[in-house]
Design a protein around this ligand. Structure first.
Ligand code: PLP
Length: 378
């Protein structure tokens, strides 16, 4: 069989971005910033190229970057990792996720995911012969029903994929979720893939609750992060993964025969930037201002914004505007109202389709204001 993913079509993110270009609409669909990257970061990557970091990097990641990530994880979550054994740099979090799934599951293994789910999980599971076991989360708060998770958990469950803060719902995990998770996986031959690409974009008073902070879960946890999200450089493809030694060994083998290594100059530049300038509190604050701008501007409109506790997305209920299914509604919005949003339905594997669209607010204030003025007129 040539196309092992034949049941999947084009990604909804590329589709909506294509429609935004076609209709000359404002693109609040795809999750990438339209504001400039910190020029100091550009300068450091440029300097790394001038200084000769242009050949293969160490496959597990450049030593400088390893050191900075180790101190980032220690500083934020109090965890001392052994980078040489547990940390690997990948070209984007997506690659790390794909390789982790490939390393962990065997054909017939079951993988629990929470829907709405980021689009790369299910295809990665299916291409390696795994069986997706979706748990449906529902609006408005998308909390996890742990009894349902427990009823789906079986002897074949090999992996649970969580995403915290969550794309697209902007919900975050609380302490009870972690307790329930550890009750479930304790003594079981099951790993956890924690997709934490929005770890620095959490708006709760408590701050981000990372799997790194849970000592008893670490031995089962594959934690994935993305500099694309944390440094506004999604096109540079730079992510990393901390995993138990046996998983790291398996993942690194796959990496060495496929990707081999991440972009060397970018790794060096990011390492220097983390050491000199990275300020996660500032990042969080800047996004909080954008989130509040969106929510405040939409208060008097027909849209209803759902709670946003993390990530740079916000879910918007359009039931006061239309009865259309979310995909058709998003197509109507981009073609007739010149704002591209992401419909909710592609994040579910079945026909569940709440009247929700996702708005990405990782945009300049001016872009947001222009787009929301259009939304308010609908
Ligand atoms: C939840 C989630 N995981 C993973 C990724 C992929 O990150 P990267 O661009 O580093 O591959 C994204 C990107 O949008 C995401 O939203």
């Amino acid at each position: 069989m040539i196309d092992k993913l034949s049941r999947y079509g084009a990604s909804i993110f590329s589709t909506m971005t294509g429609l935004a270009i076609k209709h000359n609409a404002i693109n609040l669909a795809q999750g990438f910033p339209d504001f400039p990257v910190d020029p100091r970061l550009i300068e450091l990557v440029n300097k790394a190229m001038v200084d000769g970091y242009n050949q293969y990097a160490r496959p597990i990641g450049a030593p400088d970057l390893h050191r900075e990530i180790e101190s980032l994880i220690f500083g934020n979550y109090g965890r001392s990792i052994k980078g040489e054994e547990e940390l690997t740099i990948y070209p984007g979090a997506s690659t790390a996720i794909y390789i982790a799934v490939q390393a962990i599951i065997n054909p017939g293994d079951e993988v629990i995911i929470f829907e709405p789910a980021y689009e790369c999980y299910a295809p990665a599971i299916e291409i390696f012969g795994g069986i997706v076991k979706p748990i449906r989360l529902r609006p408005p708060d998308f909390t996890i029903d742990w009894e349902e998770v427990s009823s789906v958990f079986s002897d074949k469950t090999r992996l649970i994929i969580l995403n915290n803060p969550h794309n697209p719902t902007a919900s975050v995990w609380n302490r009870e979720d972690f307790e329930a998770l550890s009750g479930l996986v304790d003594e079981r031959d099951c790993y956890i893939l924690a997709d934490e690409v929005y770890e620095f974009i959490n708006y709760t008073d408590e701050g981000h609750l990372s799997i790194h902070s849970h000592e008893h879960l670490r031995e089962k946890a594959v934690a994935v992060s993305s500099f694309g999200k944390s440094l506004h450089v999604t096109g540079w493809r730079m992510g990393y993964c901390v995993a138990p030694v046996e998983v790291t060994v398996a993942m690194r083998k796959i990496n060495q025969f496929s990707v081999f290594c991440g972009n060397h100059a970018v790794q060096k530049g990011i390492a220097d930037y983390l050491r000199l300038y990275f300020d996660s509190a500032k990042l969080r604050k800047e996004f909080m201002i954008k989130r509040d701008l969106v929510v405040d501007m939409l208060v008097a409109s027909k849209w209803k914004t759902l709670p946003c506790n993390g990530s740079y997305f916000i879910m918007m209920d359009y039931s006061g505007i239309s009865d259309l299914p979310s995909k058709e509604f998003a197509e109507w919005m981009v073609s007739k109202n010149s704002v591209a949003l992401i419909p909710c339905s592609p994040f579910y594997s079945d026909t569940y389709d709440p009247k929700l669209v996702r708005l990405c607010f990782a945009k300049k204030e001016q872009t947001l204001k222009e787009a929301i003025e259009k939304l308010c007129k609908v």
